[in-house]
Design a protein around this ligand. Structure first.
Ligand SMILES: [Ca+2]
Length: 485
């Protein structure tokens, strides 16, 4: 009996030592997770003819770029709560801004919290959960303290310069088009201060040789589009193209889709010269943010951390810059739902390639856990993208799923199908992207696409049902129905 007990103890000790050695070895990879706010795919590496993004392009040259990555909800707070938990918005129950994660999911283990529990130091710099921009810059916003071991809230002169900012709605900067070609240099701006803080965190970890999960949330190119003057000069106004829509376009859409395009009255039928200025300022803000990404990538290399750090670059959702006659986010079109996504992992052989797979932002959590050798997190709705990082020809999903307001949208290789209401009773949209990549010709209800529409409707129903399924063993506290924001 005693012998058996001793043997058991020896075996258990051996196993646990072995387990912890494995965890240490496998868990040596760090994570640098960089997320821009309100950035669409207007980037050099995504084929944009004007926008300069040399740093993000540099990361794309050594990582895998996703051409078909989609957010789950084109609103800051909802998207961020979703990817930080690996759950769909109908599972987090956060479908608008200004909700703290624990209000609806008091016991959830977020992505960074999971890394922290597995021996990492998790740090947030800037905006990762929802912040009211620019009002909350310099505070924690709607942060989740359980997600981090350390937090840093940068604040720069962009906040002090607010009286100088031009806005379509004077005095309002975050929710409407607003911009400023700022005096001074990069180092005075919030995002440059944030990047410097992130570099300081990397230096500490390099010195201590301790593993980190470092999430850096840049505020640009969110409104107000504030960047030093030199970035505005990179985009001469005569080169800027303002998208246009066909006459009578709005009437081809179901009422909730029309409503999504008419949310911001002062931005409807925006005057051409204001549109040009807004687009110039948006591009300037992207290139300014890109420069801060470059500084962090430089530091990673200087410190030798690029050899053992997984780098993710993305945005919280897409963005319209005049497409569909609309500006900003909160639609179910490609512009608002598609996000840039680059993942660079040490030792990957597929660097510089483009994944053929759809990816959803809820996939970040399981992907990073697997890349860093952490135990597989349970009960997430996302899937690991590692197979397509190893071989970019691997397709892991046949569609991508996004919801907004009372609508849900599925994007397949060929089509986008969006339907509004519990079962599409408020109207549907079907776009054949092979002939209509701008999604301007709604084919829903047309006899010529009846078969495709029936198939898409079925897929839509399946995806909606799956995204609404209550996550197992997780307490959900429902809130009042999402308001239209
Ligand atoms: Ca955002």
């Amino acid at each position: 009996m005693l012998k058996r007990l001793i043997r058991g103890i020896v075996l258990a000790t051996l196993l646990s030592t072995l387990g912890s050695i494995q965890a240490q070895d496998a868990g040596r990879k760090n994570v640098l997770f960089v997320i821009c706010d309100d950035l669409n795919c207007d980037l050099g590496s995504y084929g944009h003819p004007l926008v300069k993004s040399p740093s993000i392009d540099r990361l794309a040259a050594r990582g895998v770029r996703f051409d078909k990555a989609y957010c789950q909800y084109p609103v800051c707070g909802a998207s961020r709560a979703s990817f930080m938990t690996g759950l769909y918005p109908d599972q987090t129950l956060i479908r608008r801004n200004a909700i703290f994660l624990r209000e609806t999911l008091p016991t959830v283990v977020s992505m960074s919290q999971y890394f922290s529990r597995n021996g990492y130091r998790s740090t947030r710099v800037g905006k990762v959960y929802h912040y009211n921009v620019p009002l909350h810059i310099g505070t924690g916003g709607h942060d989740d303290p359980y997600s981090w071991d350390q937090t840093i809230n940068p604040r720069g002169r962009d906040r002090d310069d607010e009286p100088l900012i031009f806005s379509l709605r004077p005095g309002s900067f975050g929710g409407t088009l607003s911009w400023l070609a700022a005096d001074g240099d990069d180092s005075e701006q919030t995002d440059a201060i944030g990047a410097s803080e992130a570099i300081r965190v990397m230096e500490t970890h390099a010195r201590e040789k301790s593993p980190f999960f470092l999430a850096v949330g840049l505020y640009r190119p969110h409104t107000p589009y504030v960047a030093p003057k030199k970035y505005f000069k990179m985009y001469p106004r005569e080169k800027i193209v303002v998208p246009s829509v066909p006459e009578g376009y709005l009437e081809t859409l179901p009422e909730p889709a029309q409503r999504s395009l008419l949310r911001k009255k002062e931005q409807v039928n925006l005057k051409h010269d204001l549109a040009v200025q807004a687009i110039q300022a948006y591009y300037a803000s992207i290139t300014f943010a890109d420069a801060q990404v470059g500084r962090m990538l430089d530091a990673l290399e200087r410190l030798g951390l690029d050899k053992n750090t997984v780098v993710v670059f993305t945005s919280d959702h897409g963005y319209h810059m005049g497409e569909h006659g609309y500006y900003q986010k909160t639609t179910l079109f490609e512009n608002a739902t598609r996000v840039p996504l680059i993942i660079a992992a040490p030792g990957m052989k597929s660097g510089g390639k483009t994944s053929k797979s759809f990816a959803e932002m809820i996939d970040f959590y399981p992907t990073l856990a697997e890349l860093c050798g952490l135990p597989k997190p349970r009960n997430l709705s996302g899937m690991s993208l590692v197979p397509t990082l190893k071989d970019p020809n691997v397709k892991l999903r046949e569609s991508a799923f996004t919801q907004y307001d009372v609508g849900y949208s599925v994007r397949t290789e060929r089509y986008r199908y969006s339907a509004w209401g519990e079962d599409g009773e408020l109207g549907a949209e079907l776009y054949d992207r092979t002939s209509d990549p701008e999604e301007l010709v709604n084919l829903a209800g047309k006899a010529a696409v009846a078969d495709a529409e029936a198939r898409l409707k079925k897929l839509w129903q399946q995806r909606v049902a799956a995204a609404r399924k209550a996550p197992p063993r997780l307490k959900q506290v429902p809130r009042a129905k999402a308001t239209r924001r």
